[in-house]
Design a protein around this ligand. Structure first.
Ligand SMILES: [Zn+2]
Length: 337
């Protein structure tokens, strides 16, 4: 299936709410992680939600965020086309600094949803900025995620040193005033690695927020940031109380680097010259009897190992979210109701 837009994503969340499962929202910044994700989600027949942060766009664009955003969205479109499931793209933690990119993404229909993060601002300013993005997205089908409550930790250029929890009454007021399609709430996770063993995950708060929203006639899908490191029972509890999207970035970063690290440590002798051999990279060891092994230093060899391991961890994580077997290609789009 091709890349799928916001209306299909809206329906996917609605079905997840009814079916008691959720989607992992998986950050990508380069092809290896994305290909590993595609393989895992194809096999599980789950639609795949990937997300691109401003930092990832900047990285992919060699410093040019706009070029990087377009390039990554192009990569997603091309590689998704022949897969059996659909692929959604979310812009993750875009801020007032990226308003021109948000405008471009909406105009060029590059993405399925956009997260506008003004959670560092006052309540009123957060509403105003989020509502502005909702207004920009109107009529395009692109969904808008906004965040209320600060999430501890560092993610790209957003740093919040004092975590505070989302207030249920404010959540209702915020969704009504901003018109956001999805609401990211702060219930105790941290950006980076949330140590599931030690954090105090306030699922009671997620439940209270869901209850208040429903009482106000809103069935807004809730989003949990900083989900890397959560334990299975915490993921299940979060889903039970309305979390439809769990953001995962750090977990893939670790598995990526761990795999590359093990590969290069194991194969160091085939890549790095031994003692006594001149370290002549400029002449590529032409003057020496020793040669590095191209079968091992070709970056695609380690890259394939990374893709395999990402596929493995993505399969584990999507099983936690419960999205396997729910691809729109299987379930169809008839029950939009
Ligand atoms: Zn986040």
């Amino acid at each position: 299936m091709p890349f799928l837009g916001g209306s299909a994503l809206k329906e996917a969340y609605r079905r997840a709410q009814r079916g008691g499962y959720a989607y992992m929202a998986n950050n990508i910044a380069e092809p290896n992680t994305f290909i590993g994700l595609l393989d895992a989600y194809s096999e599980a027949m789950s639609d795949l939600l990937v997300q691109i942060s401003p930092g990832a766009a900047k990285f992919a664009g060699g410093g040019d965020k706009l070029a990087g955003m377009r390039a990554m969205c192009g990569l997603v479109r091309e590689l998704a086309a022949k897969r059996p499931m659909g692929v959604f793209v979310n812009l993750d933690h875009f801020t007032t600094k990226e308003m021109d990119l948000i405008e471009t993404a909406i105009r060029e229909r590059l993405v399925s949803s956009i997260m506008i993060d003004a959670s560092d601002e006052s309540f009123d300013e957060n509403v105003r900025i989020s509502r502005e993005v909702v207004r920009m997205a109107k009529g395009s089908g692109t969904l808008v995620e906004a965040e209320l409550g600060k999430i501890r930790g560092v993610e790209d250029e957003i740093a919040s040193d004092d975590a505070f929890y989302t207030h249920p009454d404010e959540a209702v007021e915020f969704v009504n005033a901003s018109g956001a399609d999805l609401l990211a709430i702060s219930i105790g996770t941290e950006h980076g690695v949330s140590k599931g063993r030690t954090i105090q995950l306030r699922v009671d708060l997620a439940q209270a927020i869901q209850t208040k929203l429903r009482a106000a006639g809103l069935d807004t899908p809730l989003v949990l940031h900083g989900s890397s490191g959560l334990l299975l029972h915490q993921v299940k509890d979060a889903i039970r109380y309305g979390i439809c999207k769990l953001n995962k970035d750090t977990h893939y970063q670790y598995v990526y680097s761990r795999t590359a690290c093990e590969f290069y440590v194991k194969n160091a002798a085939a890549i790095v010259p031994p003692a006594g051999v001149e370290d002549d990279v400029v002449d590529l060891f032409s003057k020496s009897d020793w040669s590095p092994n191209k079968k091992l230093f070709d970056p695609r060899v380690a890259g394939r190992a990374v893709q395999e391991r990402i596929k493995w961890i993505a399969g584990e994580l999507l099983a936690q979210a419960g999205s396997a077997g729910h691809a729109q290609a299987i379930e169809g789009t008839a029950d939009a109701g």
